[in-house]
Design a protein around this ligand. Sequence first.
Ligand SMILES: Cc1cc2nc3c(=O)[nH]c(=O)nc-3n(C[C@H](O)[C@H](O)[C@H](O)COP(=O)(O)OP(=O)(O)OC[C@H]3O[C@@H](n4cnc5c(N)ncnc54)[C@H](O)[C@@H]3O)c2cc1C
Ligand code: SF4
Ligand code: SF4
Length: 535
Amino acid sequence: MEERIGVFICNCGNSLKNIDFPWLQERTASLQGVAYTKISTALCLKDELESMLADIRERQLSRIVVAGCSPQFKGQIFSHAMEQAELASDMVSWLNLREQCSWAHSSNVSEKALSLMRMAVSEVKLLRPARLAEVVINQRVLIIGGGFSGLSVAVELSRLGIRSTIVEKEASLGGQFKDGGTLEAALKGILYALVAEIAGDSNIEVVTSAEVTSIEGTAGDFVVGITKGSQTSRQTFGAIVVAVGRQTGITPEPTSSKVVACRDIARLEQELEGLPRQVAFLTDASGEHSRMGTLSALAGAVAIRQRLGSEVYIFSQNLKVDSKGAEKLYREAREKGVTFVKFDEKPEILSENGRVKIKVRDVLLKDDVVVYCNLLITGEEAGPSQLPLSTLGIRTDDRGFYQEVNPHLFPSLSGRKGVLLVGSCRADLDLARASLESTQAALKVYELLNQNGSKVKVKVYVDPDKCRACLTCLRICPHSAIGMERESGKERAHIYELACDACGECVAICPAKAIEYEGYTDEQIIANLQAIGEP
Ligand SMILES: Cc1cc2nc3c(=O)[nH]c(=O)nc-3n(C[C@H](O)[C@H](O)[C@H](O)COP(=O)(O)OP(=O)(O)OC[C@H]3O[C@@H](n4cnc5c(N)ncnc54)[C@H](O)[C@@H]3O)c2cc1C
Ligand code: SF4
Ligand code: SF4
């Protein structure tokens, strides 16, 4: 039976002025195989979408071209509508008339729109029904690290009915937070409440004094080695949440009893009573802004000023108050009389007559400032990451933080599907940010686990007859999504659908041309080019 192609063109509320839509419709209608064309003003809105589905049914259209905005933007709405109407959503070709045509030029682009239309019509003729694969996903989640972020994810997952195992290398839960000497009592209260909630939650298993020593497999089916003492057990999980935090370092390192680390203030509280007349905080001395350094200096300065009435200074290169509540804390510090000194060049720190001398060039005064104090409290800065990289296979940035796919759009997604990153192992985060990310990560895990038993579209496919088992694709895949499987007595590459990110690298590199990217086969690309008169 001859295919009947329907073309639905959207002029985006008449806003794409540099395309002559009636002309485009007329020329499109004359293309071979096109049985129906229609112009809409807002195809993504409910009424027009419903009218499109009615047209498809009534006119028995077998393949569809949607010409409008980017499919990245509204594609899901159309796919969902097609599925709801039990129409084949894989028989649709998208044409981005807005971002890739109208918006990209100021002059009239009707001719370009027609060329793109020709390509879309030729492409839609070659579309094939999607290959589907049933996915089985282990419903347990591994959380590596029992600090604030790991605990938050476990609690969020439990609320969604998902079981998790927290593996913590220390003997107790809590992470940096429990040692954060200057943390406000209210913040510590949140941590203690989390620990208590976890203790009574049957969905959460806690393994302390243990470490993850190996990770194999892919999203949905990870096999993990967990070592506690001399025993190693191999357990399976559907997803892994990495919440190992950061080691922190003190810059500069305390060299005398008069120079202490910020995290030690709480322990020093007794000794501080009645002492000291002048106290100075030093943050971002290494040149790297640190949120936790800033927060702990501000909270500490306010506390000391309030409790001991000391003269308090904060020396800082760049005091950024972008954490929740930090601006308020900064104002409070100013109102309570804390003095801020901004420097560009590293301060000179010396011991003189039992006191600490800090000499620095004040950027704002444009003069040298010398302060003698009884106590210098040095700042907390991020140190190297804690999990051996080889175990995870995830890249780090130049500061040693695990790198996410996109820090703005997908902060918790790592480059390896099924492995999520939360908290301060990913960036210099305060608690409010770490908490938000934990919720996002829990939802991403839920999304993944929820696909269990469903059929997903295979985007990238290895033809077993063509594969020569050369392992080139396996070595190059950035998402560790390819494995070798034995089929009819022969080794063949296999792509795990859930792990594959559809980046296409393996398709391009396979020397046997055994891998196909759905919708971008050589045949389809050549047909596209021929449609616009290219050889
Ligand atoms: C001194 C100080 C003061 C701070 N003050 C504030 C403040 O006032 N306000 C604020 O919002 N934030 C503050 N912070 C930041 C806050 O503590 C962090 O945002 C928070 O701790 C991040 O939690 P996390 O779980 O991501 O990391 P962490 O708390 O570092 O927890 C990581 C956990 O993972 C475990 N782990 C590490 N490696 C492994 C491994 N290989 N296997 C198993 N487990 C592992 C660690 O033992 C630890 O328990 C401060 C931090 C410090 C250090
Ligand atoms: S690169 Fe091609 S031929 Fe080599 S293993 Fe992968 S699919 Fe098979
Ligand atoms: S398209 Fe190929 S290289 Fe890219 S993630 Fe999928 S399997 Fe790996």
